[in-house]
Design a protein around this ligand. Structure first.
Ligand SMILES: [Zn+2]
Length: 326
């Protein structure tokens, strides 16, 4: 989500400022202690500025100043002098660099690769961590992964189908993009492992996109809570968040009562995601046909059903009851 990323970027900028301020403080103290070192830095700065300005002249089509080679030679001399000064003062050259948390990107979160900039692995990790914190995954499925799925928990007759379905969903995740407009509809009885599968999907995708898990009935409760005058968020803020998250996981759709209130927001969310090609995964105790019958009570319901059918062109069924065994 855009908001999440700008939050990370602001935090990175603040951390960079602190590191740079600490570094300046350290360098100033060195310069007081070793004046020749300060002299060396000042001269090198001066030469560097002249080289940059000469290079810009070249870009502007002006002839390259004849003095540039001489400037570069002078800079080399100053660098050699700096090294010998450091040796004399028994200072480690590494100490002259700011203490970045990540030396790859100097805490900017981006690294230069040829002619383009890519996200640094350190920023990837931070992003994934933030997405994980904001996904709202219930504790029960917070650590669910495709690798840790235990098919022995299924009754023998359902095991093979569960395995096939998990493999299919894993493949779905590996292909999924934030603008692919793809969706999955997973139906099955209570206890057939649908929520666990949603946990696997979320954990598989945190390093690629923001994810939001929700049971629609609970979301309706949160919406109602915004009508309280002291509520922290407005109802539209909550709806916008769910509309805009990269991947929405709607668990147990259909357990809520299909009132005008519930269908109005569901229609808004699903319609928006459909038009903006945002992926959606829905699980339900009902089949899609049963949900259609349940929702087809008014205009909102019809829109939901039509859009759901369009987005969730992949339909899976999970069978079995894991809770009977657990
Ligand atoms: Zn980095």
């Amino acid at each position: 989500m855009r908001d999440d990323l700008s939050h990370i970027r602001n935090q990175e900028d603040e951390e960079r400022k602190i590191i740079l301020a600490e570094h300046k403080h350290y360098m100033d103290s060195l310069f007081v202690q070793y004046p020749p070192l300060k002299e060396n830095f000042d001269q090198a700065d001066h030469i560097l500025k002249q080289i940059i300005s000469a290079t810009f002249s070249k870009f502007k089509g002006e002839p390259l100043g004849a003095g540039i080679a001489a400037l570069e030679t002078r800079l080399d001399e100053l660098m050699a002098q700096r090294l010998s000064l450091l040796k004399e003062y028994q200072l480690d050259p590494v100490a002259l660099q700011p203490k970045w948390n990540c030396s790859l990107c100097q805490d900017t979160g981006m690294i230069n690769q040829g002619d383009k900039y890519v996200v640094c692995p350190c920023a990837q990790d931070k992003r994934a961590q933030l997405f994980r914190e904001r996904a709202n995954l219930p504790l029960r499925i917070a650590n669910a992964t495709f690798a840790s799925a235990n098919f022995d928990l299924y009754q023998p007759e359902y095991r093979k189908q569960a395995k096939t379905n998990y493999a299919y969903v894993q493949e779905f995740c590996s292909q999924l993009r934030t603008d692919s407009g793809q969706g999955l509809f997973i139906h099955g009885t209570t206890g057939s492992g649908k929520s666990y599968l949603l946990g696997c999907i979320a954990n598989n995708l945190f390093d690629k996109m923001s994810v939001r898990y929700m049971v629609y009935a609970d979301f309706l409760d949160s919406l109602r809570a915004t009508f309280n005058r002291e509520a922290e968020h407005s109802e539209q803020q909550l709806v916008d968040e769910v509309k805009n998250v990269d991947l929405l996981l709607l668990d147990d759709l259909g357990i809520e009562k299909p009132t005008e209130f519930s269908l109005k927001y569901l229609a808004q969310i699903i319609d928006y995601r459909y038009r903006n090609l945002k992926p959606l995964v829905v699980t339900s105790n009902f089949t899609l046909t049963e949900l259609i019958r349940r929702f087809q009570t008014d205009l909102y319901g019809e829109r939901i059903v039509w859009r759901l059918g369009e987005i969730c062109s992949n339909i899976l069924e999970l069978k079995g009851n894991l809770r009977m065994i657990l």
